[in-house]
Design a protein around this ligand. Structure first.
Ligand SMILES: [Zn+2]
Ligand SMILES: [Zn+2]
Length: 149
């Protein structure tokens, strides 16, 4: 999946990210501010390698392992989400309301799909003795571009 053209992260964007970090109880370190600002600027779903490359392009280089660590911090406080798109590279996105994903089997495009029910657990299931938190649904098929091709 091609990453969008990197733009420069403005000081205002990184400051806004810093405020959100502090609001979530995290110290607003430079790596966290840069990565959160990048997720906000790019939108969409991104692999760790793409995020590391994006940060390098933007003159805020961060080793891959640090990108993982920062993402784990952001996920823990709910500022970023691991996007459940099935097997393959782990993708991350900025936090938004609970949703599902459509994955194009031809080009790999990932598109957000609003939760049909609107809230977890999305689907009812009977699992004796269990308490169900969520049901993750992955829609697969061909996106509009691939369908027309
Ligand atoms: Zn496609
Ligand atoms: Zn998503």
């Amino acid at each position: 999946m091609a990453a969008p053209c990197p733009e420069r992260l403005s000081e205002a964007e990184r400051d806004a990210a810093g405020a959100r970090l502090r609001g979530s109880g995290l110290r607003a370190t430079a790596p966290r501010r840069s990565l959160l600002a990048l997720l906000d600027a790019w939108e969409g779903h991104h692999a760790v390698d793409d995020l590391a490359a994006g940060l390098a392009d933007l003159d805020h280089p961060l080793p891959r392992q640090s990108v993982y660590n920062v993402l784990a911090d952001l996920v823990e406080v709910g500022l970023a989400l691991p996007a459940d798109t099935g097997p393959g590279r782990a993708l991350y996105e900025r936090a938004s309301s609970w949703h599902h994903h459509f994955v194009c089997v031809a080009c790999g495009a990932v598109v957000d799909v609003p939760c049909v029910v609107g809230d977890k657990p999305c689907l009812e299931a009977t699992v004796p003795g269990a308490e169900i938190d969520e049901a993750q649904v992955i829609f697969r098929g061909r996106c509009a571009d691939c369908r027309d091709a």
